[in-house]
Design a protein around this ligand. Structure first.
Ligand SMILES: [Zn+2]
Ligand SMILES: [Zn+2]
Length: 256
């Protein structure tokens, strides 16, 4: 495609399009994050609200599309996350930065536990854990061909629209988007920040007073204190964007 010709036709100069890559990056960041916090965390793991089978499948599909190459198997995510809550920051926690103080061992433990659960679900060894299942889409999402296809799409997008070489440094974030969001929450959320509730037995922290970065997921201390509360924000200055999004979906009767 002759992009310069297209830009000329729509009256844009290429240097005005430097923003396309940044827009793509932030759009992917927040869309992938939204489906992680809304579908994988709040719905699959905690069952904070209900939706019809149609909407459950729709959100399952959108989670697959927006997490893309780093799609996280919902059932495995849900079971691992429940284990995290019941054993938070004890040696049985699959990802506690208190016990796994080195980033490499922390990530290895998380990945091992997660892969073990994915294998158990995919082989049929583990069945009923009260988590959403969609066998065909799980198979497609877990396939190396699908993951490589998504990576190829990200690369092609950058080749087409990147205007500066440094922009390519953002590419790995697209590839590992879902797992990277998980890492940020699990590592920093149990390591750095302030505590509103000193009486939780874990080391959960609220990492950012205003969590614009992770849509409320960084209020780990509030969330561990009240794991079934839809709103992760407690103080007047805290804002849980994931909760606000859920309220909107409740208003339009998609969730109940
Ligand atoms: Zn936690
Ligand atoms: Zn949780």
């Amino acid at each position: 495609m002759d992009l310069n010709g297209v830009f000329h036709t729509i009256g844009l100069r290429r240097d005005k399009l430097d923003m396309i890559i940044l827009f793509f990056f932030f759009a992917h960041w927040y869309l992938s994050l939204f489906f992680q916090t809304f579908f994988l965390h709040r719905y699959t793991s905690h069952k904070m609200f209900k939706m019809t089978p149609f909407w459950e499948k729709t959100f399952f599909l959108l989670t697959f599309i927006f997490q893309g190459s780093s799609f996280l198997h919902p059932a495995a995510y849900g079971v691992m996350h429940r284990k995290h809550h019941s054993h938070a920051d004890t040696p049985e926690d699959p990802h506690s930065p208190v016990h796994l103080t080195n980033i490499i061992s922390f990530n290895l433990s998380t990945v091992n536990e997660y892969r073990k659960l994915v294998n158990e679900f995919m082989s049929g060894e583990r069945k009923s854990d009260d988590v959403p299942r969609w066998y065909l889409l799980e198979k497609i999402g877990e396939s190396v061909i699908t993951r490589s296809g998504f990576i190829l799409l990200y690369v092609l997008f950058y080749v087409e629209f990147a205007t500066e070489t440094w922009q390519y440094a953002l590419l790995p974030f697209h590839v590992f988007m879902g797992s990277m969001h998980g890492f940020i929450v699990n590592w920093f959320g149990h390591k750095r920040g302030y505590r509103n509730f000193e009486d939780t037995k874990d080391n959960s922290k609220n990492t950012l007073p205003l969590d614009f970065l992770m849509m409320g997921e960084l209020y780990q201390n509030n969330h561990h204190k009240r794991p079934n509360n839809m709103n992760f924000a407690v103080k007047w200055f805290e804002l849980d964007l994931g909760y606000i999004a859920t309220l909107i979906l409740k208003k339009v009767k998609i969730v109940h």
